[in-house]
Design a protein around this ligand. Sequence first.
Ligand code: NAD
Length: 238
Amino acid sequence: MNILLLGYGKMGKEIEKVAISRGHQIAHKIDLNNVEDLHTINPTEIDVAIEFSGPEAAVANLLFCLNNNIPVVSGSTGWLDRKSEIDSICLQKKGAFFYASNYSLGVNVFFHVNRVLAKVMSRYPTYNVAIEETHHTEKKDAPSGTALTLAKDVIDHIKTKTSWVNASAHELSQLSIVSKREPQVPGTHLVKYDSQVDSIEIKHIAHSREGFALGAVVAAEWLPRKVGVFGMEDMMEF
Ligand SMILES: NC(=O)c1ccc[n+]([C@@H]2O[C@H](COP(=O)([O-])OP(=O)(O)OC[C@H]3O[C@@H](n4cnc5c(N)ncnc54)[C@H](O)[C@@H]3O)[C@@H](O)[C@H]2O)c1
């Protein structure tokens, strides 16, 4: 495939490596230094665009793709207050738009397993559930966005849990999310169900950013020739 890269920062560079290793060509790379080149592109030569240009640039880049009939895979965060507008434009123009706030295939499998496990465990109230996440010391936010998605899905199923706290919970109605920050550790998420007789744990460990890039390229391979607005659940067919 001929890929248009919109955003050539940390993610754009990782996506380029993965795309080339899977036999694709990068037709154009657009970043802050050459934004004007976007208007010299022949859209008919592009099979799909992958957009990781960040919160300020995302909407304009997505509109460019939809107005030029280019299927687009987007991973930028921080612009989602305008997602319903972009979804409508895509549907109006019979275009193809794919969005995920987390492209890691493994994390999305983990989210699915977490939902299935929570549904099963909702029948066994003798187990108490808790979440733990460990990241490198440079990570500023806590809990991680991934831990928050896990927590939301647990709370949706386990009726004894009505809210989360970013600490060890003192009340049964609170779901503990314990955040640990340690030097040079891989990002790790653990969901643990504990009873007096045993424990059940599911764990995801991220080895690098490459997981996000791989998921975005796999989505770009999946999207062309489809019409509509899509996300990871559509592609991974849970
Ligand atoms: N969905 C996911 O799985 C996932 C994973 C990692 C990062 N992200 C998100 O992806 C975005 C990019 O992350 P990053 O780490 O690569 O950031 P980065 O700052 O390293 O790169 C951003 C790039 O966008 C370029 N850019 C800025 N304005 C532009 C414009 N108008 N047109 C085209 N390019 C423009 C910059 O020059 C830079 O090359 C962020 O919003 C980040 O949160 C999402």
